[in-house]
Design a protein. Structure first.
Length: 123
């Protein structure tokens, strides 16, 4: 059961959701750097542009954005859906949470893998 107070969202046992999200982001950052060697993973400032996804992944000549949630049912803040849709049209963006982590990483692999150069038949 989720208990809400004015400044803190908590799950049962008094676990702070912000603390959990930070820990989950740290886990994702380590996994991203492991699966995409040489990638740059940036954490966005939520106060700079409200709704922009939490993480930007720069890899080779492409990029992806991830909005981190601690659970599938976590609420979305204003503009998050808009920016995830917009950035997904540009390159790749998704909401990521433990329940869909493997699916998102599969999609990231497809998006961030280097594109092969077109091979023309010899004449």
């Amino acid at each position: 059961m989720i208990e809400r107070s004015d400044s803190t969202h908590q799950l049962g046992l008094g676990v702070d959701l912000n603390m959990r999200e930070n820990a989950y982001q740290a886990h994702l950052k380590k996994r991203l750097l492991n699966e995409f060697p040489g990638a740059i993973v940036l954490k966005n400032d939520p106060n700079y542009l409200q709704g922009v996804p939490d993480l930007i992944v720069l890899y080779n000549k492409t990029w992806a954005c991830l909005e981190v949630k601690v659970e599938a049912q976590a609420s979305h803040r204003p503009n998050q859906d808009y920016y995830v849709r917009l950035m997904n049209k540009m390159s790749f963006a998704a909401f990521i949470f433990p329940e869909n982590e493997e699916d998102v990483f599969d999609a990231l692999q497809r998006t961030l893998q280097p594109r092969r150069k077109t091979r023309l038949p010899r004449s």
